[in-house]
Design a protein around this ligand. Structure first.
Ligand code: IPD
Ligand code: CA
Ligand code: CA
Ligand code: CA
Length: 274
């Protein structure tokens, strides 16, 4: 079993994320060469790949025994297995569609797990210079200041974030719209901002009260899960019950009471993939 000192790992992770932020900032307002993956709206750019490559390099250099799960590495055929070893989970650019359009709502999302527990979560929007961090049991922070999820428990007073996802299959789009229609006249406001990690950071810092999505991946939600929980919020399965990070569905909220009011309104299939 590899050594795991959370403070040492956090220091390296934070520096790596800040450096990754420089790569994103440098490219942000330039024209990007865009490639597609599973479909026409599932995008990847040179920046996604460059950030992931840099982060893998940092991990290998500092912690040669640590494991790594990264969105673009998995897309290139790497395995997506979560073991008990220290494992870095990376989304190099979360909100690639926003990044491509220079819509300033993209971030780096990085989590470090050990024995499958999330010990470190970092989400960084370099354009707005917002650095969200959490260490297990030590609270959640935005630019070093403590953050808390909202106190809201009433659905009618809640700002809820949903996402449309990247699947353009008719049936999938209909089920996404059914959820949105079911919620629309019951919530205070509905939003779709295009970054799972920043959605979770918004719940953690009290700007939104709830966010849910089907079809998300472990790299979209691992860091956000720790940050939301350390800020006093909850992250659970969309059926209620404990969250499985690999299950590709999640709801997070300022309180379980609020999440449990939303869950019965969601009709998207439990195991539906994007
Ligand atoms: C996507 C974003 C988006 C969410 C998708 C994710 P990416 O991540 O987080 O908000 O709706 O499910 O795949 O591809 O931009 O890293
Ligand atoms: Ca992607
Ligand atoms: Ca993502
Ligand atoms: Ca990504």
């Amino acid at each position: 079993m590899a050594e795991f000192d959370v403070e040492v790992v956090f220091t390296v992770a934070l520096k790596a994320v800040k450096d990754a932020g420089e790569i994103i900032k440098e490219a942000f307002y330039k024209k990007k060469a865009v490639l597609t993956k599973s479909c026409a709206v599932d995008l990847v750019t040179e920046t996604d790949q460059a950030v992931e490559k840099m982060l893998i390099g940092r991990i290998k250099e500092n912690f040669p025994n640590h494991m790594f799960i990264g969105e673009e590495s998995v897309a290139a055929g790497e395995k997506c297995d979560l073991t008990d070893e220290p494992t870095w989970i990376v989304d190099p650019v979360d909100g690639t569609m926003n990044f491509v359009h220079s819509f300033p709502h993209s971030c780096i999302s990085l989590a470090v797990l050990y024995h499958k527990d999330i010990h470190i979560g970092i989400i960084y929007n370099p354009i707005l210079d917002q650095m969200f961090t959490a260490k297990l049991g030590q609270g959640a922070f935005l630019n070093d200041k403590p953050i808390r999820a909202s106190e809201e428990t009433e659905l009618g007073k809640s700002l809820v974030i949903a996402e449309f996802g990247t699947n353009r299959d008719l049936q999938k789009m209909e089920s996404v719209l059914k959820n949105i229609t079911a919620l629309m006249n019951k919530v205070h406001g509905l939003r779709a901002m295009g970054s799972a990690a920043l959605n979770m950071a918004s719940v953690a810092s009290g700007g939104a009260d709830c966010y849910f999505e089907y079809g998300i991946h472990v790299w979209d939600i691992a860091a956000g899960t720790l940050i939301v929980r350390e800020a006093g919020g909850v992250c659970i399965d969309t059926e209620g019950g404990p969250l499985d990070l690999m299950s590709r569905r999640m709801i997070c909220a300022s309180s379980e009471k609020l999440a449990l009011q939303i869950i019965p309104l969601l009709t998207q299939l439990k195991l539906e993939r994007d």
